[in-house]
Design a protein around this ligand. Sequence first.
Ligand code: C2O
Ligand code: CU
Ligand code: CU
Length: 566
Amino acid sequence: MAKEKVSRRNFIIAVSGAAGVLAVGGIGYYLSRMPAVIDRSTKTTTFPPVATSARTALSYSSFDPRLPSNFSTPLRLPAPSEGFFGILESPSEVTINVKPSSFEILPGIPTETWIYEVPQDGKSVINPILRLKRGEKFRATLANGIRQKTIIHWHGLIVDWKNDGHPSYAIDQGQDYDYDFTVYNRGGTYWYHPHPYPAAEQVYKGLAGFFIVEDADDENLRRGLDLELGKTDIPLAIQDKRFRQDGALEYNPNQNENFMGFLGDLVLANLTPNPYLEVDTRIYRFRILNGSTARIYKLAFMKNGERLPSYLIGVDAGLLESPSKLKEVFLAPAERVDILLDMRGLSPQDTVFLKSLEFDSMHMEETMMGMTQMEGGSELEEGEDFHILKLIVKNKVTQDVQIPDKLSTLDPISVSGAPERSITLSSSMGSMGTMTMGQQMNRWLINGYSFDMYSSPIDISRDRVEVWKITNSQQSMPHPMHIHGYHFRVLERLSSPQQVKNLAVDKSGRLPTDLGLKDTVLLWPGETVRAAIDFRTRFAGEQMYTFHCHNLEHEDNGMMINYKVT
Ligand code: C2O
Ligand code: CU
Ligand code: CU
C-alpha cells in the first residue's frame, strides 16, 4: 500500500457502509484533543491554547523531529547513583515508590509525570537502572502512591508468576507488594514497567526503567571493548508522546486509537526531546529499548545520508552468538536491540543521526474497514522519516581493539517431536464489516479470545518444548507479540511482506534480530512466525503467565491471554 502523506489516525470516514457518516470517535476525538493547528504550506504548528497557565508558548516546529536542526538538548544519561536513570549496582533490596512527580521533559516547562523513586543513602533515584549479575538475588518492595492499581512486571526476566506482575496481583494506592527472586537470565537489556489491566497510561506517564543483567560473556565484551555504562554503553529508551501547550502529557486514545494504537507527536530518548550526545572516535554500545505504546521504528545510524557501520550484538534476552552487520532494523514496542557503533573512522565535528527511516506502516485493517483518513491528530505519521538522536564527534581518540567474532552461545532447542500450536491474530470485525455509528468497539483477538483475568485458554505441560505457529491475518496491522516467563527462538518467517523479506539473513526468512533469544516478536500483516519455546521451568507448582500484544492500546483492550504451565 502506498504511503499516504496525510496523518493516518485521526478522522476516519467510513466510505463503504454508512457512506459519509463520521465514524464513532471522530467528533469526540476532535473535541477532546483539540489538535494542534497545522499549516502544511509553512510547516508551522501552534499547540492548542491552554487556559491562562501557559508559561511558554510551545511551537511544534521547534520540536519537529523531521528537522535535524532541532536537535540541541543534551541527552539525559544515567548518573552514577542519583537522579533520573541513576544506576544501582547489584541492589539486593530496594523500596520502589510509585508516585506523581513533576519533571522537566521539555526545557523550562514542568510536566506532571509518574515515577519510580528509590530512596538510596538519603538521595532519590528516579526510574533507576537496576544492574545485577546473573545469579544474584533481588528483593524489592513496591509501594503504590498513585490513585490507580499498579504492579511491576520485570519484562523478559524468568521469574515465577507471583514475581512476574500478573495483572491479577495489582495493588491499590497505599498498598505494598513484595518481590523476591533470583536473576536466572542471560546477560542482557531487560526492563520493568507497570502491568495492571489496563497499563498503557502508566507507562506513558513515565513509569519504565532498565533492568540490566550481566554475565561472563557480557563482562568479556565490556572489558574487551572498554565500555562503561552511561559513558560509552548507552541505554536509550525511545518513546513518542503528545504534549499540550502547558507541557502536560496527553494520553486520551479515542476508539480508533484504541484499535490502531496511540501515536505521539514528539519522539523522546531517555525523556529528552530532540537530544544530542557528544562522542569520541571509538566504539559505542547502544542498548535501545522501544518504550512507546504503539509506534514502530526502523532504526539506522546515518551520516550525510550514508549508513554508518553498525553491528547488532544483542536482542531482547541477551547477546547473539556473533555480531551481525546491520543496515537498518525494525524495533517494535518492548523490543530491545544492542548495537555497536564504530565511529573510529570519523573526525571531530562530524555528526551522525540515529534515525527512523521511512517504511510502510501496513495498517491493512483500514482497507478492511473501508476507511480513508483526514488530517488531525498526531503530527508524526508512523513510517515517516525522522531523527531520534544526534551524535556530535568531539575528540579524536585511538582505540585499538577488534569487535569479537564470537560473543556468546545459545543453547539449542531440539524441536524434533515437539507439538505445534497454532496461534492466530485477528480482529472481532468480520472481513466484510464496516464501522458505523453505535457499533460495538472493534478489538484484536488471540485465537478468538479477548482477555479474561482469571481464565486461561492455553494449558501447557511443563518440561516440554512446543513450536508456536503464530499467524497474523492479512487484514490486520503489525502486532508485537510478547510472552511472559519464557523466551522464543524464531525458527522461520513465512509470507513476510517485501520490506521485511528485504532484511532477511537466511533461507528461513529470519531477520538478524531473530537470531537471538526473544521475548517479543513482531508479526506483520499476513505473516507467520514459527518459534520454539522450551517450557522447562524451575518453579514448582502451577504458573499462570500472559501472552499479549505489546502495542499497549491493543493489550489494554483485550489482546492478551493467560496461559498456564502445569
Ligand atoms: Cu512488557 Cu506483559 O509486558
Ligand atoms: Cu513482559
Ligand atoms: Cu497488536
